[in-house]
Write a protein of this length. Structure first.
Length: 160
């Protein structure tokens, strides 16, 4: 199962797969959620709810897609926090990471053995931001880009 980051929804809507011109992508997300292939977490849903566009409305109509954090995540949250604080990151980067949904996303994926899907790229030498792929790599969590996920799942958006 895939666990989607907020930037998958946001950047897809703003660039590659706008709700207004590639509805098949959003239909694929709906079908994949119904089939138990994708989900996200409530903190991501909260980020999307803070918007004021068609994506905000889309996400609000799919509350079940955004699952709550659970007690199983406790150990993973602790491990991620310890890793971030012990690493080479600036204090501001650690504070930002621990206060954002990214931290919870990686912890949820770690606790539930899910693959994170994000638009972020690994930058292990970066000190001023904790990147999702680097947190995933450090904790043995699989991750992919949305394009990797779509190819792996053989998604196809063909005009009729």
């Amino acid at each position: 199962m895939y666990l989607l980051d907020a930037n998958v929804f946001i950047q897809s809507n703003q660039a590659h797969y706008g709700l207004d011109f590639v509805p098949a992508f959003w239909d694929w997300l709906d079908r994949s959620f119904s089939a138990g292939l994708i989900q996200s977490i409530q903190p991501i849903g909260t980020e999307l709810a803070a918007g004021s566009d068609s994506l905000t409305d889309w996400a609000a109509a799919r509350a079940g897609l955004f699952v709550p954090m659970d007690a199983v995540c406790g150990s993973s949250l602790t491990q991620l926090s310890t890793w971030a604080n012990a690493g080479h990151f600036t204090p501001a980067a650690v504070t930002q990471f621990l206060g954002a949904a990214d931290y919870q996303l990686v912890a949820y994926a770690h606790a539930h053995s899910l693959k994170v899907v994000t638009m972020e790229k690994s930058e292990p030498a970066r000190k001023n931001k904790v990147k999702i792929p680097d947190a995933c790599i450090a904790h043995g969590v699989r991750w992919a880009t949305p394009f990797d996920m779509l190819r792996q799942e053989q998604a196809s958006f063909i005009l009729a």
